[in-house]
Design a protein around this ligand. Structure first.
Ligand code: BG6
Length: 481
């Protein structure tokens, strides 16, 4: 078993979960800047205005803005050849609808990208990762308005032109399929909840949400076309949170339900972005649910012309679907489901399923036959530093090891896999909860859930282990399998 030559090994972060400096260098507020940390009630809130004496984790985050040179040097020490991050939209267009970009924001990314290249690390850029400028949220209700397509494309054009000789790999929207469920209205679509809401209970109108998602699809497709006009060999990908769903039992009704979930939650967005058109099953779903999507002239052509070059996704856990009532439930990334009795769970209740990653890769490659990339995968855990200042995160090594082994087995089964960026190579704030104690990294950051700490970086035990994976193209691991 072997991964192909030039396989991309590295890690992934997002600007709003790492950079901090939320109001430095001309940056405007983004939706991420309006989110609190979970409280005793375990809820994270969105506040439409910044409130006094409230802690907003993105404002400081881990100050990657001030530490990026040190942090990238550590990634280089782990032999990364790729690093995924996002360009904060509101650093470049503070309100989102200005005519001209903010030069100071661009200068930050000039320095960051140059630093990556200096270390031989290929940047992989997410264009929109849960960080729409609040200006667009307030004035246009995000992607609920078609105008937002053009504001997004203006941003894309600026950064793609600026970095055309330095960045080859781009992702249009992080976890776009989050918008197929009500919780995705804010993160993906930037729709204004018009009040203070827990993120799990945002107001939702499926008609408006799916129309806004249509605008996102058009924006993504036009971004792909734009990319090719700027540099034909750009590789542009879709990015989905793959919510792999198993039937809870082999009862045909459960099998069918799992299939329906898969089509709605995963395949709908993948099919539009890879195949360039709406699939028949979603048209039927819309009809049954009274949803009508307005296609303006040119939309169908735009979708067909702007199909992606690679399918990328996040994978953390799997879910089970059942018609049965009263079954035990489990939590997960974006959503939960019935608890799978065969799987263990993380400290946050996410079911750990390395074989499910192999299943997912085989399923996706069978359907799409374009290169795949796992751009997020990792274990959020409450790491403890011992009296000697060491963090012995063997559980993280075990989690990653099993997932990487299953990727190799998927490659062995014929899948074209081009890379792997584990989530959160350096501890950063959680998107779901805003917590710091939910740590994913190989690098520990001294900070607590309220922003207290020195921000000092410390290597965990997994640091050297992953460094060997990257250095040897995982042969250090696979020889043992
Ligand atoms: C993905 C997001 O959903 O999962 C990341 O793209 C996020 O932004 C990651 O951080 C892990 O989720 P969480 O809630 O543990 O941070």
């Amino acid at each position: 078993m072997t991964f192909k030559n030039g396989f991309l090994w590295g890690g992934a972060i997002a600007a709003n979960q790492a950079e901090g400096a939320y109001n430095i260098g001309g940056k405007g507020l983004s939706i991420a800047d309006m989110k609190t940390v979970v409280g005793v009630d375990k809820e994270r809130f969105f506040t439409p205005k910044l409130e006094k004496d409230v802690y907003y984790p993105s404002h400081q985050a881990i100050d990657f803005y001030g530490h990026f040179k040190e942090d990238i040097a550590l990634m280089a020490e782990m032999n990364f050849n790729v690093f995924r991050t996002s360009i904060s939209w509101s650093r470049i267009f503070p309100l989102g609808y200005e005519e001209k970009p903010n030069e100071e924001g661009l200068k930050f990314y000039d320095a960051l990208i140059d630093e990556l290249l200096l270390h031989g690390i290929e940047p992989l850029i997410t264009l929109s990762h849960f960080e729409m400028p609040m200006g667009l949220v307030e004035k246009y209700n995000g992607f609920a308005s078609r105008e937002t397509i053009d504001f997004y494309l203006r941003f894309v054009e600026v950064v793609m032109n600026r970095y055309k000789d330095k960045v080859k790999y781009w992702l249009t929207f992080n976890e776009i399929n989050f918008a197929t469920i009500s919780k995705g209205t804010l993160n993906i679509l930037g729709m204004n909840p018009n009040g203070k809401y827990p993120l799990s209970q945002l107001p939702d109108d499926p008609q408006v949400r799916f129309q806004a998602l249509h605008h996102c699809f058009v924006a993504s497709a036009k971004a792909v076309k734009l990319a090719k006009s700027i540099r034909p060999d750009f590789m542009v990908g879709c990015m989905l949170a793959h919510l792999t769903v198993y039937p809870y039992t082999c009862k045909p009704e459960d099998v069918l339900l799992a299939k329906e979930y898969d089509l709605l939650l995963n395949k709908f967005c993948g099919d539009v972005q890879v195949k360039g058109k709406y699939p028949s099953y979603i048209k039927s779903y819309f009809k049954k649910n009274g949803i009508e999507i307005t296609f303006e002239a040119g939309d169908a052509e735009a979708l067909a012309e702007g199909t992606v070059d690679m399918y990328t996704f996040s994978y953390y856990m799997t879910l089970c679907a059942t018609k049965q009532e009263g079954v035990e439930l489990s939590y997960g990334n974006l959503m939960g489901g019935a608890k799978n009795p065969y799987l263990a769970s993380s400290d946050w209740g996410w079911q750990i399923d390395p074989v499910g990653l192999r299943y997912t890769l085989i399923d996706l490659y069978d359907r799409y036959e374009i290169p795949l990339m796992v751009v997020e995968n990792g274990l959020g855990a409450e790491d403890q530093m011992n009296a000697d200042g060491e963090i012995n995160d063997d559980y993280r090594i075990d989690y990653l090891k099993k997932h990487i082994e299953n990727m190799a087995l998927a490659v062995d089964a014929g899948v074209d896999l081009m890379g792997y960026t584990m989530w959160g190579p350096i501890d950063l704030i959680s998107a779901g909860t805003g917590e710091m104690k939910k740590r994913y990294g190989f690098i520990y950051v001294d900070m607590d859930d309220h922003g207290n700490g020195t921000l000092k970086r410390t290597k965990k035990k997994s640091f050297n282990w992953y460094g060997e994976i990257c250095r040897t193209n995982a042969q250090s691991l696979l020889e043992e399998v």
